[in-house]
Design a binder for this molecule. Sequence first.
Ligand code: SAH
Ligand code: DHB
Ligand code: MG
Length: 221
Amino acid sequence: MKQTWEQVDEYITDLLCPNDPILDDVLTANRKADLPEIDVTANQGKLLQLLVQMKGAKRVLEIGTLGGYSTIWMARGLPADGKIITLELDSHHADVAKANIAHAGLEHMIEVRTGDALGQLAMMAEEEMEPFDLIFIDADKPNNPHYLNWALQFSRPGTVIIGDNVIREGEIINKHSTDPRIQGVRKFNEMITGNPKISATAIQTVGSKGYDGFMIGIVKG
Ligand code: SAH
Ligand code: DHB
Ligand code: MG
């Protein structure tokens, strides 16, 4: 099936998001710099961009930058005075992301903060940072429950919260999984569905990066 998924992803990408030399350059730079090949796919990046636009988001928080591929997709959906703060533990990843963001001409909109996201989020709370309109959680999965709590802290009614990689080839339904990433995402999913302040769903996805999925929710008033 993977081959069909890849071919259909190519078909969709060619139709809906063709010929984007900058985004192609970003992926080339990420592979050249030996970053793991775990950026969202082009059509998923486009989905994130559309969600930013549908929400009319001005302030976006991303947890897990890698080379900034998803960041750039989202930034391009923001108005001219929009802003993204993106958090990345690995300084090599952050350096590659900063170069990619400069290449895309988006330095004025994107702030990459380097360091452990939990520490960064605590610092942002100390700075009394304003809430965000959309929050994309895509870093180390064992910490997903903590990231959800921080996301709620930086939310207001109407904030959209998105979690990547919530299906993991269906392994997510294995309650006995010994993989801390699976357990982190299981707890995250349960916290979301158990929280009366969030209305959410999860969507399974297949494509060139395999079988996985997104959690998408909105914070209620
Ligand atoms: N959103 C990116 C992919 C992110 S991959 C895209 O789609 O293009 C996950 C990233 O989270 C990796 O770069 C990894 O270094 C980073 N990460 C892992 N643990 C982290 C932590 N504790 N704090 C911040 N970032 C972390
Ligand atoms: C992994 C992380 C991701 O964010 C992703 O989209 C795919 C895989 C991983 O750590 O394996
Ligand atoms: Mg991911």
